[in-house]
Design a protein around this ligand. Sequence first.
Ligand code: HEM
Ligand SMILES: N[C@@H](CC(=O)c1ccccc1NC=O)C(=O)O
Length: 305
Amino acid sequence: MSADADPITRHTRSRRELEEGIERDFGRNLSYGEYLDLGRVLSAQHPQAVPPRHDEMLFIIQHQTSELWLKLMLHELTSARELLADDDVQPALKRIARVKHIQHTLTEQWSVLATMTPSEYAQFRHFLATGSGFQSWQYRAVEFSLGNKNADMLRVFAHDEAVQAQLEDLLHQPSLYDEVLRLLARRGHPVPQEVLDRDVTQPYEAHEGVLDVFAAVYDAPHEHWLEYELAEELVDVEDNFQVWRFRHLKTVERIIGSKRGTGGSSGVPFLRRALDLTFFPELYDVRTRLQDVTPEGYHGGTSRG
Ligand code: HEM
Ligand SMILES: N[C@@H](CC(=O)c1ccccc1NC=O)C(=O)O
């Protein structure tokens, strides 16, 4: 007999539930909690402070949610790199669009943490010992995927072989920018061979020849629309990343002022230096190179000044 036909079950279910057909018998199917493994997720908060401090739960959940979004971002970026390598540009653009929304969510999220005062944080900061964001391997993986390669950063993960191996692997893979430049070369743009053959484990260095390629694209967007769109998507991703870094910096500043970081850095001054980093240098240099159009019409090429 179905649950609806059973008079006892019928009477214990509210009229609204019956009308809407809401399912309550999850005995045989994978339930919401099982599917999401909520038992594990919701029992993974382990505050360390003794005596317990109210605000440590916020600190933990802020980090855990950030790590979940970083996991998805990495998933999307990995796929975007593979799609670009296969000349599947439109699906890659779709991945990048999702990355941008994740970045907005991560940036918005700082406002929740900013409700924590310096006094509240001081109640449990001591219990974090030398833990710090330096040890977020997923953050480092995102930086590597976008192109900020830095082999030194692997040292922090020496205690975790599996994680270190994963980062080492990413270090050796072409970044999103490397894949875009290779794609441009396949589409006939004169990307210098030394850029295409570069050692991808090294930090990317700006090249005049790549700037020339982007200058040609930005000079005549309608002739190179796909390249133009892709380039602007990358600029959006970098812009979003910098806004996240800036909000981290300002949140840290209002919570610990100019104290040194638990990870051993100078704290705010260290975070401020990261604002000068760029993943896609020529995409910013091209802004300077581009000449303004005069009232007489076409400006006749880009400036080298
Ligand atoms: C009260 C909150 C926070 C404070 C005071 C803080 C402070 C700092 C400081 C001082 C550093 C430099 C490393 C050090 O010496 O410790 C750092 C790095 C970092 N933090 Fe935070 N942080 C906070 C929250 C967060 C959150 C919620 C995340 C999200 C995942 C995060 C992610 C990172 C990352 C990824 C780095 C490394 C940045 C890099 O290498 O460029 N932090 N943080
Ligand atoms: N670096 C922070 C501590 C901190 O934020 C943190 C500590 C343990 C685990 C993650 C952390 N988050 C990011 O830096 C501080 O100096 O207060």
